[in-house]
Design a protein around this ligand. Sequence first.
Ligand code: GLY
Ligand code: MN
Length: 467
Amino acid sequence: MSDTDVLRERRRRVESEWSGVDFDGPVLIPASLPIPIDGTDQFHEFHAHPEFQYLTGVAEPGAALAWEPDAGWTLFAPSLTVEDLVWMSAPPSAAELAMQTGVSHSVDRSELSGWLESRRGRGMALLGSRDIEQRATEYGVEAWSTLEAIVDEDATDRLGKALAELRRAKDSVELDRMTRAVDAAVAGHLAAQRLARHGLTERALQIEMEAEFFRQGGARTAYGSIVGSGPNSAILHGTPGERVMWDGELVLIDAGAEIEGYASDVTRTFPVSAEFTGMQRDLYNVVLAAQQEAIAGAGPGVEYKSLHLQASATIAQGLVDTGILRGSVEDLVAADAHALFFSHGLGHMLGLSTHDCGGYLEGRVPEDRFGLAYLRADLPLEPGYVVTIEPGVYFVPALLNDPARRERYAEMVDWEIVNGLLDFGGIRIEDDVLITPGGCDVMSEALPKAAAEIEAIRRDALGMSSG
Ligand code: GLY
Ligand code: MN
C-alpha cells in the first residue's frame, strides 16, 4: 500500500468510528497557526495539531481539514500573498496537498469562509487547534464571533475521544516514521556516549548528540533534550547547562529525535569514567532489572499499570537489598516508600506527541497516590501501541530532605545511607516498545544497556583497552 492509501484507510477508520458517535454535523480540524516571536519577523518552530497531522499526514501551518457525513473530507490549503512570499517559502498548493494527503477535495483556503458561512448557526465539532476561535482572520475568515459558529462541545469531546482511541495503534506509515525517529535517537545517544569525558559540559554533549539526530534525518528534537551530570541526573526534566562532568559521576541523557511529526524518546545513564562505582552499578542493575522485567511482561491484554506496579516492587526490593529501604516489599509499595526514589510512572504512549494521546482508558483517571499520580498510561496494551518503558531511581534532595516525608518514612528508610547519597543523582533507562501480537519489539534495542556493554563503549571512547 502506498502512503496515501494508508492515509485514506486511516480516515476511513475514523469515519466509521465517528459514525457510531451520535452527531451528524460538520467537523472542522484546524492545523494551527504559527506563533510569532516578539521582536522578530519570525515564528516559533511550527507544531501542527496532532489531530490534523494524523488525519492528513502533513503539518501545514494555517491549513484546516473538514468532514461531513455526506460531503466527506475537504482540505483547505493556505496560500500566501505576494508580499508574504518575499519573506517565506511557498506552501504546497491545494493540488500538491491533495497528492500528499490523498484528500481529493483539496481547495484553496479562501473557500473556508464560504464553507463556514453556509453552516452559520449549525452546531459544529471543533477538533484540532482551537486557535481559530481567537485568530479567525489569520485563517482568512471573518472574526469567529461574527460567523455565529456554534461549537458543540459535547460532540467535540466525543469525536475527540474516538479519535484518540484510534490513534493508539500505529499503522505502517506511522511505524516507519517512528522507526526512523528511534534510529536517529540511537545514533545520537551513541555519539554522546562516545564523546563524554571528565571536563566536558552537559551542553557540549547535547550539541553533539543533537547534531547526530539531525544528520540522521531528525527534523528537530522530539522534546527538550535532558542531559544531567552528577546531581543534575536526578532532575527528571533537567535542561543541559554549562556544568562540567567529573570522573566518578553519572550522566543521564533522555533525548529523542522527531521525524515527520513522530517522536522517539530514549534514556541511558552511563559513567563519566570508564566504569560504574559499586553503588552506581548496584542501583543501575536494579533499574535495569525493573526495565527488563517490564519489557518481558509487555504484550497484548497486559495492563500497563500492572507493569508499573511490578517495576515498583522490583525497585523496592533492590532498595532493600542495598540497605536503603527496610521492610517487606508489599508494605513498602503500599506505602509508596519506593516512590521517594522512583517518583514517576513507568512511561507513556508515544507517537505524534512524546506523551501521546489515549493513555488512559475511558473511565479511568490518574490516582491521587504519590506512587501512581504520575503514571501517564492506564490501559490494557494492544498490538500496534508504542509505549515507553522507563523506570528509574533518583536521589532528589527536595523530596528526601522534606521533614514530613522523613517523619512518615522514619522506619522504612535508612536515612543515614540516604544522607550519604543526596548528591548521587539518578538513573533512568528508557526504551521505545512496540506491542506485537506475540509480545513486543524493542524499537531502540540497538542502543546497549547492560552495564558491561556500556562500560565497553566508555572504555573504547576513552582509549582504554577492554577487559
Ligand atoms: N522523555 C521525557 C518524558 O518522557 O517526559
Ligand atoms: Mn519518556
